[in-house]
Write a protein that binds this ligand. Structure first.
Ligand SMILES: [Fe+2]
Length: 297
């Protein structure tokens, strides 16, 4: 399924608000068609994060960036990254036009393919974009795919997604929250202190600082059912970050069949994004400063 001239598929303004538009196909990365500006956007974003992340991002992430040879030499070619990725963990990057429908996304992950939007944000969108572009997908997600345990977790997540898709919307929501609070916004506890591994954080300058330095958010030990039953913020920085001890812990926690968990959670009211529970393993309770009070997702 190849497309000679890929389109950029973006959210659209409709009478229901600004809504995601889902594309389904895999395309060839149109590397020759990137403009000088596109490459400069990559270089600027890369430089900012590369200066900020040592001492903030986990060692496995930083090591992945180095091993791929990502740098300030413009947008990487997926084919070059795939050569290393393929022989290391067997994953491949595939270029896509934009957000994928759930079942298409899960099928890619279950087959060790990671979809990356081929287009990059504009220079006036360096700090905020409402949908994933190449910088988020590639710089944020791909370095950790060189880590064998994390690589297996991502595949297991895709398989779990296929299964949840067959069970129903409640199960899918539980699983989406797991992805959100781990793959996108996860922190990991290390002997040197808390570090970032979530792609939504490492690809954001503001949240890379906020998630570790701000007193406002809660930082709470990861628990599978706790996370699956917690709503989240899509329009602000997170009110709670969940902290894993290791990628092995994450992979092991998600090994069992989730079906009984979905059944249990269906009978429960989800926690608000900022709730702190009696049963939580608390790293710190946030001051709640600057929190939005409108509903969580
Ligand atoms: Fe993402």
């Amino acid at each position: 399924m190849e497309n000679a001239t890929p389109r950029r598929v973006e959210h659209q303004q409709t009478d229901r608000g600004y809504v995601p538009v889902y594309a389904t196909g895999v395309v060839e990365q149109p590397w020759d068609s990137y403009s000088v500006t596109d490459h400069e956007v990559w270089n600027t974003l890369y430089r900012r994060q590369r200066e900020l992340l040592p001492g903030r991002a986990c060692a496995e992430f930083l090591e992945g960036v180095e091993r791929f040879g990502m740098g300030e030499n413009g947008i990487p070619k997926f084919a070059d990254l795939n050569a290393l990725l393929g022989k290391t963990t067997g994953w491949q990057i595939v270029a896509v036009e934009g957000l994928l429908p759930d079942e298409v996304f899960f099928d890619h992950l279950a087959n060790r393919r990671f979809p990356v939007s081929w287009w990059i944000r504009k220079p006036d969108q360096l700090d905020y974009l409402s949908e994933p572009d190449l910088f988020h997908d590639l710089f944020g997600h791909v370095p950790l795919l060189l880590n064998p345990v994390f690589a297996d977790y991502m595949q297991a997540y895709g398989r779990g997604g296929m299964k949840a898709f067959g069970i129903g919307p409640g199960a899918l929501m539980n699983l989406t929250r797991l992805y959100w609070y781990t793959v996108e916004f996860g922190l990991i506890n290390t002997p040197d202190g808390l570090r970032i591994y979530g792609a939504g954080i490492v690809s954001s300058k503001g949240e890379s600082i906020y998630c570790l330095d701000s007193a406002a958010p809660n930082r709470i030990g990861f628990g599978l059912e706790r996370v699956m039953n917690t709503r989240y913020r899509i329009d602000t920085y997170q009110q709670t970050y969940f902290v894993i001890d290791s990628f092995e812990q994450l992979f092991d926690a998600t090994r069992p069949d989730f079906t009984p968990i979905y059944q249990r959670l269906a009978a429960k009211t989800p926690h608000a994004a900022g709730d702190v529970l009696e049963s939580d393993r608390v790293f710190n309770v946030g001051t709640r400063e600057g929190w939005a009070t409108n509903a969580d997702t």
